[in-house]
Every structure is written in C-alpha cells, then in structure tokens.
Design a protein around this ligand. Structure first.
Ligand code: UT7
Length: 324
C-alpha cells in the first residue's frame, strides 16, 4: 500500500511589482479602496514570461530542492486557467523544458481550487503503486485575461506560480483527508477566456467576452458559506479538531473572506497564513506560493498538520488536510 509524501514546495513569481497606487493611474480606484475591501497592497504582473515560463521555473526549483533527476519524474500536472495554448498543455511544455522525458503530463482547469484538485489527482496516481514521483504545479498569468478597464476585477488579480514534489511512500503519508466539490449550477458567477462557436457555416457570429467577469458579491457569499464547511469536513474525516492544526492556508483572494471564515470556524485569524497583501489573487498558484513562502521562512515543521482550502470558478471548492 502506497501513500503520497510531499518532499518540498517551491514558487516563482514575475519580477514586476504593481502597487495599488500604480493601478489608480489606469482605472478609477485608490489604494484605500483596494486595501480596505480586499487586504491587497500589490501584485506581480508578468510583462515577459507566459504561464509555462513561470511553471518551468517552479519545476526546475523543485527538482533542485528534492535532488530527484528529471527522468525519474513520472507525472506532471499543471493547474491553470491561463495556459499559453489550448493545446499543447502547459504541463507538456514544462515536461520538455525540464527534461522529464519519462513523465506523463496534463493540465487541469479548476480555477482557484486547481492546486488542491491537482494534488488529489497526483495522490491517486501515487497510491495506485504504478507511479513513484509527481510534480504538481499551479501557475497563472491572470493579467492576460483580466479586463484592465474594469476596476471591479483588475485590482484583484496577479501572476505567479508555485508547486510541490510528491513521491510514493510506504512509510509516510502527507495527504490525510480531502474534500473536493463543485457546483456547476453557478458557473456563471466567474467566467473568463470564453470561446464561442466559430466556423464557416455560421451567419450571425456572436462575440464572446474573452475577459474575466465575476459577480464579486455572489462569489463572496459562496466562499464564506462553503469554506468553513469544507474545512470542517476534512477535520471530521481525520478525527482531528482545529487545535490539532498549525495553519489554515486559504486561497488568497480577500482578507474579508478569511475574516468571515475565521469567525464562522471560531478560530483566531492568526491561524490563517496570508500573503495576499503582496501577490493578490493568483488563482491556482495562490496556495502553493503561500506554502513555498512558509517553507522558506521555516515555519513548517515536520509532522505539522495544516489545512489548505481553495475556492473559485466552476464554482468549485477543495480542502485538504496535510501532514508536513
Ligand atoms: O478567485 C475567485 C474568488 N473571487 C473572490 O473571492 C472575489 C469575492 N468577492 C470580493 O472579494 C468582493 O466582492 C470584491 C472585492 C470583488 C468587491 O467588494 P464589494 O465590497 O463586494 O464591493 P462591490 O462590488 O459591492 O462595490 C462597491 C462599490 C461600487 O460602487 P457603488 O455602486 O457603491 O457606487 C463599485 O462600483 O465599490 C465600487 N468599486 C470600486 N471603487 C473603487 C468596485 N471596484 C472598485 C475599485 N475601486 N477597484
């Protein structure tokens, strides 16, 4: 019987920092509005690198950190809603660039829950006993699908990438419990990159809105309703309580959402690891960027238990209880 052991986390973000004040030169907004409504101060915006470039840097860092040879990697999964292309997948571009010539590779599209879903998929591959090593990466260049004239959305998002390297293990188990869900009835709450039908036989072509559109208030209500329940689900499945958990690492969308979640769970806000002030909402990348940052700071110790919890487009949500 095999389990999945997480060996390390890494992240990579574009160099360019855009502050709230800089955004107020583009749209009718202010640092005060953005900071008080969301907790975000700045974000990284890519002017050179595409999603695959960010993901490749994470892949290389994971290989270096874990000392595992590229040809020993069996699986590469990239969670993204902003791939370079519809085909090939971002994961295939990563596979080629890092020389993981024996790995299968594919992307998954689960928006801001993507990294947790991708970890879960990798976990099942490793548990099968057929594969030994997996790279799981969340990578986004949301700046290319954001409408930079819409102040209601463009101030929220950023670009970046993070990931984890997992191996099959007979002795250790990092993934204790999970809760993955979707509510496709509400898919219209967040849309982006829409591609309408288009062929030589259509007379009246409709323009599809390519840029990201979101009903912020509905998503806020959805997140504050589902995340506390999902966190409780993974606690119940593991027979643990919040006292056993060192940190909750939420999708980094909005400080106000996290405050409501903390209140509903009756837990101190300090239990939540937050870096949204520096990166904004980087969708599938936000949780692994936070995990890599925590790891670099040395605040994740062996055997610590943490909960990661994502929510977003789909609508989808996903929580996982992890032992470091
Ligand atoms: O990763 C996917 C997950 N997505 C999320 O988690 C998003 C969840 N939703 C939210 O975080 C919040 O709903 C937002 C931050 C998006 C918006 O906050 P809100 O408190 O719900 O504001 P609102 O949309 O109700 O807008 C309030 C006012 C409006 O003006 P009026 O109609 O009251 O005059 C907006 O036009 O704020 C205005 N506004 C802005 N003003 C300055 C909206 N965006 C801005 C802006 N700067 N950037």
């Amino acid at each position: 019987m095999f389990n999945s052991k997480i060996i390390c986390f890494e992240s990579y973000v574009p160099e360019k920092i855009i502050t709230n004040d800089e955004l107020s030169n583009i749209v009718d907004t202010s640092h005060e509005w953005i900071y008080t409504r969301t907790g975000i101060s700045k974000r990284r915006i890519s002017t050179v690198e595409n999603t695959s470039d960010l993901a490749i840097n994470v892949g290389k860092a994971l290989i270096k950190n874990s000392n595992i040879a590229p040809e020993d990697i069996d699986i590469i999964i990239v969670a993204t809603i902003t791939p370079d292309h519809l085909t090939p997948s971002t994961a295939c571009i990563v596979q080629g660039a890092i020389g993981a010539k024996n790995a299968l590779a594919f992307d998954i599209n689960v928006a801001c829950s993507g990294f947790v879903y991708a970890l879960s998929v990798a976990d099942k591959f490793l548990k099968s006993g057929l594969y030994k090593t997996a790279l799981v990466i969340g990578a986004e260049t949301l700046s290319k699908i954001v409408d930079w004239s819409d102040r209601g959305t463009c101030v929220l998002f950023g670009d970046g990438s993070g990931g984890a390297l997992l191996v099959a293990s007979e002795d250790e188990n990092s993934i204790i419990a999970e809760d993955l869900k979707a509510d496709g009835m509400c898919w219209q709450a967040i849309t982006g990159g829409s591609i309408g039908i288009n062929n030589a036989f259509i007379k009246d072509k409709k323009e599809n809105p390519f840029y990201l559109q979101m009903n912020g208030r509905d998503v806020f209500k959805f997140a504050t309703k589902t995340v506390p329940k999902s966190v409780q689900q993974v606690l119940d499945k593991s027979n643990l309580s919040l006292d056993d958990i060192k940190y909750i690492v939420p999708h980094q969308a909005n400080l106000r959402i996290v405050e409501v979640v903390a209140k509903k769970l009756e837990v101190d806000l300090d239990k939540f690891y937050l870096n949204l002030q520096d990166y904004g909402n980087t969708s599938a990348a936000s949780i692994p960027i936070a995990l890599a940052e925590m790891s670099k700071k040395g605040i994740l110790k062996k055997d610590d238990k943490i909960i990661i919890t994502g929510f977003g487009g789909g609508l989808t949500w996903a929580s996982m209880l992890i032992k470091i």
